[in-house]
Design a protein. Structure first.
Length: 672
């Protein structure tokens, strides 16, 4: 048994460790969007499905010897894929579909190794059931989820802060070679045990046998597992986009999801329907109410615990019911196949279908209603008031969800959603009001606003006022006609500084942002400067184009939790320096509620022996936003001007902060 347990533990640990490892390597190529992780997760779920299908087919259709020989051959072939380092040829062009590009990259880089890791759980459990018929085989499923949880928590807090991504790839490769050896040993041991104890095969079959699952059971396995995956992603999207952009927040929902698997399949009866059904109805109703409580803006200290506790109870319900319906060991590969298929379908619905159907994150509310309807169905044989109560709460939840959708749509000029997230444009008042603005929101992050009053439409707003670091940098760079590059378009507010003869070149990865900025805001059309917009990842574009000779290059992409790290590394700085004039300025917008980015910029600037100035604008006497800008220059002539030197602050160093490169970064180190 220790051999089987170690094989399953190693495979599950590697399975979950490779997910953040590979996602981090390719994240810079696709703009640092959180949707990269969602796309990766869908890929992993579907490859897991194919692995489970392979395990089910070989277990049912192939004799034991052929099954073992086939699996050993595939294990040896997979070693040719190592090490798992993505090829740079997969970097996207501006008109590429990011999702398809990511899927192709993942398939070619680690498709076969990941596929074989995904087969291990059900396959080795099937071998175990044949060798130890009296054993508790489903506890090995709990063990695999424990290993997955351990890998998930280890990566951001133990692996990422100390080991570069390339080193991580080689360490993972060594772990995979160990897994191959363990899996081959398990396969050979299983085959020898069955041969040695062939006379006892009838007894083994008797212990493992049981009634064959019916269609209803298959359907419920599929639905319950799909809802677990669906709600995991729906809750994660909701709390990270619509509640708070807090770094590492995505880890908590996934942790709870895995914990429920461990508890429900550990075998000690942690889940009981009669105990969990009441809390489920209460918490789902509370989550629905929270969607539009306080105008849809709940305090983060209330909202995050509510939705995380709600996710835990929901997943205990889904996975507890799954565990109660598990079949005899003879059919365990079919059971795991349905569980995997459901998980893949849930991920597909949230990751790919919902962005095409919905203009914002409606799937969360839909998931709450479906959860209650499923609870009512499963409770149909309990006392009559229980399923009726579940239907009543479902009706209440439906009303709350509809009200939430109407609230989001009310007075909203634009609601749009794509691979990069959701956008909303909303006016705060009529044009006759001098303080009314039109605001562009990306989840809970404001990406720009413009006054509606005709006399104020040309005023720079939010983070871009004249007293902010960028306003001062543009001012000291005058009077000659300026050439200014901007990474991150937003509403196009910086174009308000444009004069005849100036050129403002905006780099933007999200085509919907360009469309909204041109249609809903007038900064780009009303300014005096020539406006150029470039679609695609800014760094990839700048690596390919000739030097642009910018007077000022603005790096404005770090206001959320999912910052595009590839724009704030040593290699990125080399790209920027190639595009600015000898006396030009690179302006990093480092305003962030949770991350201390100014020391990161200074550490990179020191590497190139550049001058830096931190300009903090408290915006106390106006309605602008408080901002932090770090200005970087080759020489100090511009930074020594009174407009900047007179307000510059020292950048406090972070002890032990390492230089950020394309191969290393550590968000945990710079948390406030």
């Amino acid at each position: 048994m220790p051999l089987y347990a170690l094989t399953i533990f190693t495979s599950a640990f590697l399975l979950f460790m490779v997910q953040p490892l590979i996602a981090k390597q390719i994240l810079p190529w696709f703009g640092g969007s959180a949707a990269v992780w969602t796309t990766c997760l869908v890929f992993f779920q579907f490859l897991l499905l194919f692995g489970y299908a392979y395990s089910d087919w070989t277990t049912r259709k192939l004799p034991s010897r052929r099954q073992v020989v086939l699996h050993i051959i595939l294990l040896l072939l997979s070693l040719a894929s190592l090490p798992i380092i993505p090829d740079a040829s997969w970097k996207p062009d501006a008109d590429d579909d990011p999702s398809l590009r990511i899927l192709g990259l993942l398939l070619m880089t680690l498709g076969l190794p990941y596929f074989l890791l995904s087969t291990t759980g059900p396959l080795v459990q099937a071998w175990f059931a044949r060798t130890f018929p009296a054993g508790t085989v489903y506890r090995l499923f709990a063990l695999s989820n424990f290993a997955s949880l351990l890998a998930l928590l280890s990566y951001p807090f133990v692996v990422e802060p100390w080991i570069t991504t390339r080193q991580q790839s080689y360490i993972w490769t060594a772990g995979y070679v160990l897994f191959v050896l363990l899996c081959v040993a398990s396969a050979v041991y299983s085959l020898r045990s069955q041969t040695q104890f062939a006379p006892a095969q009838a007894a083994v079959d008797a212990v493992n046998d049981g009634p064959a699952p019916r269609f209803r059971q298959y359907a419920l396995w599929l639905l319950l597992s799909a809802m677990g995956s669906f709600m995991l992603l729906a809750v994660t999207n909701h709390i990270t986009h619509d509640v708070a952009s807090v770094p590492f927040l995505w880890i908590l929902p996934l942790t709870l999801y895995l914990v429920t698997f461990i508890l429900c399949f550990e075998g000690r009866g942690w889940y009981q329907r009669r105990i969990f059904l009441g809390p489920l109805l209460v918490i789902v109703g509370a989550m629905a109410w929270g969607l539009h409580a306080h105008g849809g803006i709940m305090d983060i200290k209330e909202a995050i615990p509510l939705y995380l506790v709600g996710l835990f109870v929901c997943c205990m319900f889904f996975h507890g019911e799954l565990a109660d319906m598990k079949p005899a060991p003879r059919y365990l590969t079919s059971f795991y196949l349905m569980v995997s298929l459901g998980g893949a379908l849930g991920g597909l619905l949230v990751g790919f279908v919902a962005p095409k159907l919905f203009n914002t994150y409606y799937e969360f509310g839909i998931g709450l209603v479906v959860t209650l309807l499923l609870a009512a169905y499963l409770a149909r044989r309990m006392p009559a008031f229980i399923p009726l109560l579940a239907l009543g709460v479902a009706a209440f939840t439906s009303y709350q969800v509809i009200d939430y959708i109407q609230m989001l749509s009310q007075d909203t000029r634009v609601m749009a959603r794509n691979f990069y997230g959701t956008l909303r444009v909303k006016d705060t008042g009529p044009e006759t009001s001098g303080d009314a603005v039109r605001r562009l929101m990306h989840g809970v992050i404001m990406h720009g606003e413009q006054y509606l009053a005709p006399g104020r439409r040309h005023e720079p707003t939010t983070y871009y006022g004249a007293s902010a670091g960028i306003g001062r940098a543009i001012k000291v760079s005058q009077p000659a006609p300026l050439r200014i590059g901007v990474i991150g378009l937003g509403a196009g507010t910086l174009a308000a500084y444009g004069r005849p003869g100036d050129v403002y070149r905006f780099y933007e990865i999200n085509p919907q942002v360009i469309d909204v900025a041109q249609r809903e805001f007038s900064f780009l059309s009303d300014g005096g400067a020539k406006i150029e917009t470039v679609l695609g990842d800014a760094r990839l574009t700048m690596e390919r184009e000739p030097p642009q000779q910018y007077d000022v290059l603005v790096i404005d992409a770090f206001s959320s939790d999912s910052i595009p790290v590839h724009l704030i590394t040593r290699e990125a700085m080399a790209v920027y320096l190639r595009h600015i004039k000898p006396d030009g300025v690179i302006a990093f917008h480092v305003t962030n509620r949770f991350l201390r980015l100014a020391p990161v910029v200074k550490r990179i600037a020191d590497e190139y022996r550049l001058r830096t100035a931190l300009v903090i604008d408290d915006a106390e006497d106006n309605d602008l936003a408080k901002t932090d800008w770090v200005l970087v220059a080759r020489n100090g002539k511009l930074l020594d001007r009174e407009e900047i030197a007179g307000v510059a602050s020292e950048i406090d160093a972070i002890p032990g902060l390492r230089l950020w490169t394309d191969d290393y970064n550590n968000l945990f180190k710079i948390l406030k």
